[in-house]
Write a protein that binds this ligand. Structure first.
Ligand SMILES: [Mn+2]
Length: 353
């Protein structure tokens, strides 16, 4: 089934006769248009892509299944003109601004408006073969950047310099950019799960956590590796081994039919049993695709069941305030029987002398 056919099936289930797409990655997924600034209007029979004069030619080429309509800056005014028949209209309530929602309401005075933010993201959660191949490339670009940075790291460099080397390497390999603001966190900063690269210099006797990823042809990768600089103490080794054991167990638990909650629990139990449960305060993972964070997640609250074709991270961590932290993250593809680990970068405890 094509993406539009799957979308119309969902629309039918939700009993809506039109859906408005404004989130750029959802627009790209449904239409193929990569320009970002477009609004889609999808009904049971018709498909419109509204954009301004800058993107008309691009849209015609990239979105052949859509009727391209030229608008001014205000897509919502034009929407009202094509949507006169609609009774029930779905939209992305998690993304629309309040001002645009008001315009939507004014444009469709007779229609019932329904916030259905997960309609397209639900379709996006199961990747097709072409998407999987693109993600493989994005993963490989990040793996290679890690290999390169292992060769270039020097004591006394700043975290920002390490981050820049990672980015340079990925851009050289064809990435359009990083998939988020990189985390390069050393020493006590490694206890900050989201410690973005700072001007702090890296020293001997510290963990160095690097969490980064590439965007390749629109698709994201995400990897975290923690290495040690200098001579680790027993506790450094112990914490690392607990996280690695939890990460391996989490990967082994990924299989179709399991919920995100069940997989999270398997990894979490290993960290809890080792006595570090209070220091693992985030979910085990998230899906990736056109966005860096997609659903379903692996978390204590995720009831969604994994399906073949989902691409999801497994990234447990232990973060001990004023001491340091470890996180290890791979991307896996859910298969018919379990999962395939896409990330190839080494994850045994790496020590820089
Ligand atoms: Mn991640």
């Amino acid at each position: 089934m094509s993406r539009l056919e799957r979308m119309r099936q969902k629309m039918h289930q939700e009993k809506i006769d039109a859906y408005v797409v404004i989130r750029p990655e959802n627009g790209r997924y449904m239409s193929g248009f990569t320009g970002g600034e477009a609004t889609l209007y999808i009904t049971a029979k018709k498909t419109f892509l509204l954009t301004d004069f800058r993107y008309i030619e691009q849209a015609k080429v990239q979105a052949p299944e859509f009727e391209i309509l030229k608008t001014g800056n205000d897509h919502f005014e034009s929407l009202a003109e094509i949507g006169q028949q609609a009774q029930r209209v779905g939209f992305e309530g998690d993304f629309i601004t309040h001002a645009n929602y008001e315009k939507l309401k004014n444009g469709f005075p007779e229609a019932e408006l329904l916030s259905l933010p997960n309609l397209v993201s639900y379709l996006r959660s199961v990747k097709d073969q072409a998407e999987i191949e693109t993600i493989r490339q994005a993963v490989k670009i990040a793996d290679d950047a890690f290999d390169n940075v292992l060769k270039s790291i020097e004591i006394g460099q700043t975290e920002e310099e390490v981050g820049l080397d990672l980015e340079y390497s990925m851009r050289r390999a064809g990435a359009s950019g990083g998939s988020f603001e990189f985390i390069v966190a050393s020493g006590v900063r490694s206890a900050l799960p989201h410690g973005t690269a700072s001007s702090k210099k890296i020293h001997l006797g510290e963990f160095l956590t690097m969490d980064f990823g590439a965007v390749y042809q629109g698709y994201c990768s995400d990897i975290t590796r923690t290495v040690f600089l200098g001579e680790p103490e027993d506790k450094h080794r112990e914490v690392y081994e607990v996280v690695l054991a939890a990460q391996r167990a989490g990967i082994a638990a990924v299989a179709p039919g399991r919920t995100g909650k069940e997989v999270d629990a398997v990894a979490r139990k290993i960290i809890e049993d080792a006595g570090y449960g209070d220091y693992f305060g985030h979910g085990l993972g998230h899906s990736v695709g056109l966005a860096i964070h997609e659903g379903p997640n692996l978390s204590m609250r995720e009831e969604r069941v994994l399906e073949p074709g989902m691409v999801i991270t497994v990234e447990p961590g232990i973060y001990i305030p004023d001491w340091g932290g470890v996180r290890i993250e791979d991307i896996v593809l859910v298969t018919e029987n379990g999962c395939e680990v896409l990330t190839q970068a080494p994850k045994e405890f790496i020590i820089f002398e």
